[in-house]
Design a binder for this molecule. Structure first.
Ligand code: GLN
Length: 477
């Protein structure tokens, strides 16, 4: 096996046992980027020189015994960062021409924590500009392609992060999830994607999209790696007042406890009209497997699910219009005519819904329904431990298929926005493949839990992935 194909856990072990060096591991990733990035367009910036320097330093530390696994759990491990996270001295564009030349003077908290844990930043990944999108096509730096089939979208907005991990260009990558942007690309690329509880991970230094919905997550090859990263990124940050003071548990601890006796909810409203029948069939198999592993499956109802997308597309553009107002041409260059259509659409929608006379009719009303959606979940979690649902009503779609129809594109988020509106965590896990005339494409499920239940989500996700091993399938490039 090539070194770039390892999981984070495997690489940690290999480095510790001196089976290979961090320079070798980093070079293997850079080599993969060199070979395939021109086709896939996963990276906006590749930090070849800096990454190799960091790798050399990591090797030096390991050779001289100057490190402790507990202090530097990611020492020498190459990760990619979505290009809407500020990285000191490295261009940060949010995939928009507005920030084309922006070089931050500081690191986002998450980036700093990963670096402090020893990680190597291999590059900055492509995304839908400002994280607006579901397909990866809305980037001013060109669309990202799905490594499973280059004619298909990888899902968005964390498109480059998903494509980079899936194509074995790095061992893991950060992402942001405001309405599904980690879970959707994870599902489209056969990866594990975590959207943590709102306030679990600091948003400081991440280009803000919709501040009450934004969650900082990551994409990995398996559940164990996802838990390893959350151990590092989560916890109180004085620079983000919305981060929780709650202690961070050791997320790896309960991984192997199994799911015997656990109550799993199957929300009937998540099987929406127009949903791909093949996905419904796949889901049935998933529930059979979970039952066989000892879980009890209960049908539950989340009655306001149907309103979620409408609520999301009022709350989110409102917050977007406020957040993007800072790119007014005074602070960050001359953006006036550089915003793309999608950002303009959201700024206009948001300005409208917040304006006098309409605020009560739209924004305030949406906030009330948002509370009802949150209450739906609270009621459900009084009966079940976790909820399992599909991530997307469709399979990955063809590049260009939905690009001219924003409403059709927004429908991709119909099953993911609820978690952001309620502030609860969601873990996307590979759940198999669907074969068609165009080859086989991955399908993902999402495991939803109460706020701060990430440990439990990992436990369920790990049990399912170890039973099915879907996550071990890799695209042939
Ligand atoms: N696709 C959704 C949107 O366009 C979600 C984006 C996200 O989670 N960043 O708003």
């Amino acid at each position: 096996m090539e070194l770039n194909q390892l999981t984070i856990k495997e690489a940690q072990e290999g480095l510790r046992e001196k089976r290979f060096s961090s320079v070798e591991l980093t070079k293997a990733c850079l080599c993969q980027i060199e070979k395939f990035n021109s086709k896939i367009n996963a990276f906006i910036t590749v930090c070849e020189k800096k990454a190799l320097q960091q790798a050399m330093k990591a090797d030096w530390k390991m050779e001289n015994g100057k490190w402790k696994m507990e202090k530097l759990p990611l020492l020498g491990i190459p990760l990619a960062i979505k290009d809407n996270f500020c990285t000191k001295g490295i261009k940060t564009t949010a995939a928009s021409k507005v920030l084309e030349d922006y070089v931050p003077v500081y690191n986002a908290t998450v980036v700093q924590r990963l670096i402090d844990a020893g990680a190597i930043i291999i590059g900055k990944t492509n995304l839908d500009a400002w994280a607006h999108g579901s397909s990866g096509e809305n980037s001013d730096f060109g669309p990202t392609k799905n490594p499973w089939n280059l004619k298909f979208v990888p899902g968005g907005s964390s498109s480059g992060s998903a494509a980079a991990v899936s194509a074995q260009m790095c061992l893991g990558a950060t992402g942001t999830d405001t309405g599904g942007s980690v879970r959707l690309p994870a599902s489209f690329c056969n990866l594990v994607g975590l959207k943590p509880t709102y306030g679990r991970v600091s948003r400081y230094g991440v280009v803000a999209m919709a501040s009450s919905l934004d969650a900082i997550g990551h994409l990995t090859k398996d559940v164990t790696d996802s838990a390893i990263i959350l151990n590092i990124t989560s916890g109180k940050d004085i620079n983000d007042a919305t981060t929780s003071k709650r202690d961070v548990p050791e997320h790896l601890e309960n991984l192997k406890k199994g799911i015997k006796g656990l109550k799993i909810g199957l929300p009937k409203e998540y099987f929406v009209e127009g949903m791909d029948k093949r996905i419904v069939e796949r889901l049935k198999e998933v529930f059979k497997t979970l039952e066989r592993l000892g879980a009890e499956i209960l049908e539950i109802s989340l009655p306001h699910t149907n309103d979620a997308l409408a609520v999301y597309y009022i709350v989110q553009p409102s917050e977007v219009s406020s957040n993007l107002a800072r790119y007014d041409g005074i602070r960050y260059g001359f953006p006036r005519n550089k915003f793309g259509d999608e950002a303009r659409r959201r700024i206009m929608l948001g300005t409208f819904t917040l304006s006098t006379g309409y605020y009560e009719a739209y924004y305030l009303q949406a906030m009330k329904v948002r509370t009802l959606i949150k209450k739906d979940f609270e009621k459900a979690f009084a009966k079940v431990d976790v909820i399992i649902a599909p991530v997307s009503p469709t399979l990955p779609f063809r590049l260009g298929e939905k690009i001219d129809d924003p409403l059709e594109m927004y429908l991709s988020d119909i099953l993911t926005v609820t978690a952001n509106l309620a502030g609860i965590p969601g873990l996307a896990v590979p759940a198999g493949f669907i074969d068609s005339s165009t080859g086989s494409l991955p399908v993902g499920i999402q495991i939803l839990g109460q706020q701060f239940s990430e440990e439990l989500l990992f436990q369920v996700g790990y049990t399912y992935e170890q039973e099915t091993k879907w996550y071990q399938q890799r695209p042939k490039l």
